[in-house]
Design a protein around this ligand. Structure first.
Ligand SMILES: [Zn+2]
Length: 401
């Protein structure tokens, strides 16, 4: 297998370490066989026509004014839903059957790939269509992990992405009885943020004993557990029952952050959802409340970083005003506004995402012996995350796509 070389002005490896300059990467059999700073004689050979002057042979791609970074991961999407804001259409899409949703799911996966997003974690849908789709068609280079239909308590929030236990079964019994082959369990344990009353907490959907038994059964089925939870008590119950990630976590408070840091539970803050709501009908009372919630969430992200909580990036694509693919850069922008460096924010969408999805062997970090799954964006790291809006090159296992 021939070697191919990539030269980049900057490299971000996904671990959160500072970017490195003038890096030459050698790829063999889809793996990175060397990754080092180009030496002065190699740099001298850099030709204006884009070759390395024969130094490394013809199979050299040079990107002196670009940054290479690992393929991205979005840890919270809903592939059956679009990010449109017309409420009538938002409702109508929930009535789609599998045949209608199938091409839409495909289109959204491709949109993600074009922006260098190589793995997605789906948070569930009303018909379980994303899981059905992925079982039928494995995408050749985008890994999609699915919850199928999520679980909510009867009469509580979550109809559009989940179901309630039925037939007199408990949550734990329902999970055990349901062999849909989902990759992870999605449980809804609170309501949504109120746009009428800032910080209003909804009560947990399930009690600690119910969550405990349910999570035990999910683990026995080999599933990780993602929990939608806002507010102190709903988040606390989910953490103490042993979830793998808290989704949203608005108003969860510092004590919960400490618990998450201790137990190495990931947090997926989905801050952009509030930015999207605040941009709708600007000036309205609801938009102002959304802005305040966003501000509060950014303060929480900043505090979480200080406390050592691992944050994975997810944007809730498919939610109101949250468009597939492009919204990941928006989420990273907010994470940076909360105080993360560009490298730190990229780590949330690479190494931390890969760990949460159990894809660390394939994605998340660039280094010697690791798969050559990377993207090239224009400009230095200081152009991030805006430079993610137009990805120059996507390489999967060393192959340009
Ligand atoms: Zn969601």
């Amino acid at each position: 297998m021939p070697k191919s070389y990539y030269f980049a002005g900057w490299l971000i490896d996904g671990t959160g370490s500072p970017a490195k300059q003038d890096i030459l990467i050698c790829v063999e059999d889809g793996l990175i066989s060397s990754l080092e700073k180009a030496n002065p004689s190699q740099l001298k050979h850099l030709c204006p026509d884009g070759g390395l002057g024969g130094f490394c042979g013809p199979a050299t791609e040079t990107y002196p004014a670009c940054t290479i970074l690992p393929g991205l991961i979005d840890c919270h999407v809903h592939l059956t839903m679009s990010g449109q804001i017309d409420q009538r259409l938002r409702f109508k899409q929930l009535l789609n059957d599998f045949a209608q949703n199938s091409p839409l799911i495909c289109e959204r996966i491709e949109k993600n790939l074009a922006l260098g997003i190589m793995a997605l974690r789906d948070g569930g849908d009303i018909g379980g269509h994303t899981l059905m789709y992925v079982r039928q068609k494995v995408h050749w280079c985008v890994g999609v992990h699915c919850a199928g239909k999520g679980w909510r308590a009867s009469g509580r929030y979550g109809k559009i992405i989940g179901r309630a236990p039925a037939g007199g079964l408990t949550l734990a019994e329902s999970i055990k009885a349901n062999s849909d082959g989902a990759d992870h369990l999605k449980v809804l344990n609170s309501g949504l943020n109120s746009l009428n009353e800032f910080g209003r907490e909804t009560r947990p959907q399930f009690c600690p004993e119910e969550l405990d038994a349910a999570f035990r059964n999910a683990r026995n089925l080999g599933r990780k557990i993602m929990v939608h939870a806002n507010g102190m008590l709903p988040v606390q119950f989910a953490i103490e029952a042993g979830c793998d990630s808290i989704e949203h976590g608005f108003f969860m408070g510092e004590d919960n952050m400490k618990r998450m840091a201790d137990r190495q539970i990931h947090w997926v803050p989905t801050a952009f959802t509030m930015k999207a709501l605040s941009a709708h009908n600007p000036g309205s009372a609801q938009a102002q409340t959304a802005s305040r919630i966003l501000e509060n969430q950014l303060e929480q992200i900043s505090r979480a970083e200080q406390l050592g909580v691992t944050i994975a990036a997810g944007n809730d694509a498919g939610g109101f005003g949250v468009r597939h693919g492009v919204a990941l850069a928006e989420e990273l922008k907010l994470i940076m506004e909360a105080g993360f460096s560009a490298e730190g924010a990229i780590c949330c969408a690479t190494m931390q995402g890969a760990r949460l999805l159990g894809l660390d062997h394939e994605l998340g970090r660039l280094g010697i012996g690791r798969p050559a799954n990377f993207i090239v964006v224009d400009g230095p790291p200081s152009s991030l995350p805006a430079s993610l809006r137009e990805v120059k090159q996507v390489c999967v296992r060393g192959k340009k796509i």
